[in-house]
Structure formats: structure tokens, C-alpha cells
Design a protein around this ligand. Structure first.
Ligand code: PMP
Length: 426
């Protein structure tokens, strides 16, 4: 009997390009049929065939409390009753702005948008408008959403499909984006010495999570801060993934760096479409209606999204929240590594806060080139075997994984036991 997932996917293929509304959902990298998810609760999701999975995707990061947390659901219901959108200022937006600026001290002002892509695209335009410069610098394998100038050697779905550069991006646009290897301090100094006065902004995922997970080497982010300050370039930390994920004060708190601008998304919306960009007041004041840099949005600061985001951010401020989250991610990484070692599988894993990377490689990679050296064949075998055992990892070797507050010792121990069994067959 054909599975319901397969039936639904076949129908979707006729009406939606590739059957999906975002490419990595299509399972292209691992092969097979994507799961149609019908509901989620805590750390578990159910597919259209009624099979349950322990979920390490978490909607690609936002669901830090797990699925359908009762406080979050109640906040959504309360907000919906009062109206879905007004296109006028609301108290919730003010509360959200106050909270973001309080929790991330590098934010003096912040503007809300509806996605991570909008946040990064707007931050780039703002940096160019502020500096009057054209060039931007990014790192290979870092993904910053799908705005034209950022789709150059991008990670995530762009990597999964083996298309680091998208058709439809004019070469003239791509030429304004400089790309270096992540963690390459020498190349960074070299390029700033060569054309530092022409660089409007450096945008970086401070912990890269769109080429699997790559940690910044000691001193790399500090060097970024120093060269940007020296040459008058705007330093943008893209914390769409790491914000409220690696720590309450983000990667900027964890590594002790104050960027000029920060982009946010995912966790701040708790599963609703919400993004933000903020930072230095002198830069933020260049945006309309105060300044000449245009930026707008019909649904920006949407009341429902803000209510869900606020309910989520209220809960992550509980004492010990990130300690517990980090412990869960670490327990998973340690358990998987030990199980792999027992069965002589070349494997490593590491976590930063509530995000983690698993690599079919002896040691964690330090840049995009090393990520591509991981054994993709073994990853695919592992992914599908785990899926059959009811564990849902990201369907690509180029994505980070996520735990939530709902992932307890029991869920993690069960995942590790399943993995040990799978490793023994690889
Ligand atoms: N920046 C980073 C670091 C991301 O991980 C993502 C999405 N995975 C984005 C930007 C784009 O966000 P969105 O998908 O909400 O447009």
C-alpha cells in the first residue's frame, strides 16, 4: 500500500514546484519521500501515516520550546481574538522592541520584519546606505536568506542542491559580494588591506549553521570586529539562527562581541513569521521615515507573530533554561559520538547551546571545504535508518540540528540507542 506521505507528495508535485515551498524540504539531498507533518507536540511530530518521530529539526530552529507549548498556543489564541493585523503601531511591537534591546545590549534600536531574509536584505541595504559603499563580504557556506546579493556561495538549500549560486542573480550584482572561507583570518586581513575602504559590510553567521555546524575559531570574530572598526565597515552578525538559540544573549554574548547590526528571526517568532534587524542608533536612524534608506512591510510586526514571539521569549528567560538546553544537546552529541566509536564509524558531533552538528568525519570541520569532505553517503544511510526508527534529523548533511526544552533525557537516550543500532549496520 502506498504511503499517505507518497500520495500527498505526488499530488503536490503537480501543483507546487518540486512539491515543496522551500527546497530543502524536498529530501533531494537524501533521496526518498518527504514526510507530510500533520501535528507536533513537545519533541514529537507525526506524519500523514500517523507515525511518530522525535524531531531534531524544530521547524529549522524556531521551536525552542518544542511543538505546541501550551503558553505559546494560548498567547496565539488570545491575540487572534483581538484581530490579525492592523498595519498600524501596536503595544506588542513596543514590548518586543524593548525586550530585544534589553536582552541584546548591542541593539539600541530595532525594526521588525516578517522573515530572516527580509532582515538580512534590509541590513545590507542599510549598511550600504550608511557607508555609501558598494561591496559586501560574506563567507562560503554561510546562508543569509535568498536576497540576490547574498546568494553567492550560500549554504543550506543552496548547498544541498549543489547550486551555491542561483540562476537569476545578475553577475553584476554577484560581483559586489566578496566571499572568503569561514575562519580564514589571513585572507580576511589581506582583503581588508586591499579594498577595506570599499567594503560597506561584513555579514557573518557567528556560529555557522547552514553548512552543518561550524564554530568560529578562537579570535576569528574578534578579528572581524577589529578590521571592520579600522576600515569603517559595518559588522553584521546574522543571528537569525543563533539568536536565543546558543544563549539568551546570542552568539554575540557567548563570544563577547558587539556587532554594529544584528539580524534575527526563527526563535523570536516562536514558529510564526517574524524577523528583526537592529543595532547602533546612528545606523538605524538612516532608515525611512527618518533617513533615506527604504524599508517597509504590510505585515511587519504582525500582532499574532509578536504575541507568539513574546510568549516564547518570556519562557526562555527562566533561570537555567540555556544550561538545560545546552546539556541536552551535549548529551546527544556525546552519546552519538560514543556509539559511533564503538562501531568504528568515522563520526564526530558538537553542540553550541541548543544547536548541534553531526559529521561523518573524524573531527568537526572548520570551514566549507572541510564540510564537503564529510561522507555524504554514510549520512544518507544514517538519516534514512534513523527515520525508520522514528528519529527525524534534518534531511541534509549541510544543516545544523536543534534540540528544544521538550527534549528530555529519555528522548535523547532513545535517540542514542537507535543510533547505536544503526551505526552497527553502516
Ligand atoms: N540567516 C540565517 C543564518 C538563516 O539560517 C536563515 C534561514 N535558515 C536566514 C537568514 C533566512 O531566514 P528565512 O528563511 O526566515 O528567510
Amino acid at each position: 500500500m502506498a504511503s499517505r506521505n507518497q500520495e500527498l507528495f505526488d499530488q503536490s508535485l503537480k501543483l507546487i514546484p518540486g512539491g515543496v515551498n522551500s527546497p530543502v524540504r524536498a529530501f533531494k539531498s537524501v533521496g526518498g519521500t518527504p514526510l507530510f507533518i500533520t501535528r507536533g507536540h513537545g519533541a514529537t511530530v507525526w506524519d500523514a501515516d500517523g507515525k511518530a518521530y522525535t524531531d531534531y529539526v524544530g521547524s529549522w530552529g524556531p521551536l525552542i520550546l518544542g511543538h505546541a507549548h501550551p503558553d505559546v498556543v494560548a498567547a496565539a489564541q488570545r491575540a487572534a481574538v483581538d484581530g490579525l493585523s492592523f498595519g498600524a503601531p501596536t503595544v506588542g511591537e513596543l514590548e518586543m522592541a524593548r525586550l530585544l534591546c534589553q536582552l541584546l545590549p548591542s541593539l539600541q534600536q530595532v525594526r521588525l520584519v516578517s522573515s530572516g531574509t527580509e532582515a538580512t536584505m534590509s541590513a545590507i541595504r542599510l549598511a550600504r546606505g550608511f557607508t555609501g559603499r558598494k561591496l559586501i563580504l560574506k563567507f562560503a557556506g554561510c546562508y543569509h536568506g535568498h536576497a540576490d546579493s547574498l546568494l553567492v556561495k550560500a549554504g543550506s538549500g543552496a548547498l544541498t542542491l549543489g547550486q551555491p549560486d542561483s540562476a537569476g542573480v545578475p553577475p553584476e550584482t554577484a560581483a559586489l559580494t566578496l566571499v572568503l572561507e569561514f575562519n580564514d583570518s589571513e585572507a580576511l586581513e589581506r582583503i581588508f588591506n586591499k579594498c577595506g575602504e570599499e567594503i560597506a559590510a561584513v555579514i557573518v553567521e557567528p556560529v555557522a549553521g547552514n553548512m552543518n555546524l561550524v564554530k568560529p575559531k578562537t579570535g576569528f570574530l574578534q578579528l572581524l570586529r577589529r578590521v571592520c572598526t579600522q576600515h569603517g565597515a559595518v559588522l553584521i552578525f546574522d543571528e537569525v539562527m543563533t539568536g536565543f538559540r546558543v544563549a539568551l544573549d546570542g552568539a554575540q554574548g557567548l563570544y563577547g562581541i558587539a556587532p554594529d547590526l544584528t539580524t534575527l528571526g526563527k526563535v523570536i517568532g516562536g514558529g510564526m513569521p517574524l524577523g528583526a534587524f537592529g543595532g547602533r542608533k546612528d545606523i538605524m536612524q538612516r532608515i525611512v521615515p527618518l533617513g533615506p534608506v527604504y524599508q517597509a512591510g504590510t505585515l511587519s510586526g504582525n500582532p499574532l507573530a509578536v504575541a507568539v514571539g513574546l510568549a516564547t521569549l518570556r519562557l526562555v528567560q527562566a533561570p537555567g533554561f540555556y544550561e538545560k538546553l545546552s546539556k541536552a544537546a551535549q548529551m546527544l552529541c556525546d552519546g552519538l559520538s560514543l556509539a559511533a566509536r564503538k562501531h568504528h564509524v568515522a563520526f564526530s558531533a558538537q553542540a553550541v547551546g541548543g544547536m548541534f552538528g553531526i559529521y561523518f568525519r573524524q573531527a568537526p570541520p572548520q570551514n566549507y571545504s572541510e564540510v564537503t569532505q564529510c561522507n555524504a553517503f554514510l549520512f544518507n544511510q544514517f538519516f534514512h535508518a534513523m527515520l525508520r526508527k522514528g528519529v527525524y534529523f534534518a534531511p541534509s548533511p549541510f544543516e545544523a540540528g536543534f534540540v528544544s526544552a521538550a527534549h528530555g533525557d529519555q528522548e535523547i537516550a532513545a535517540t542514542v540507542a537507535a543510533a547505536e543500532n544503526v551505526f552497527s549496520t553502516l
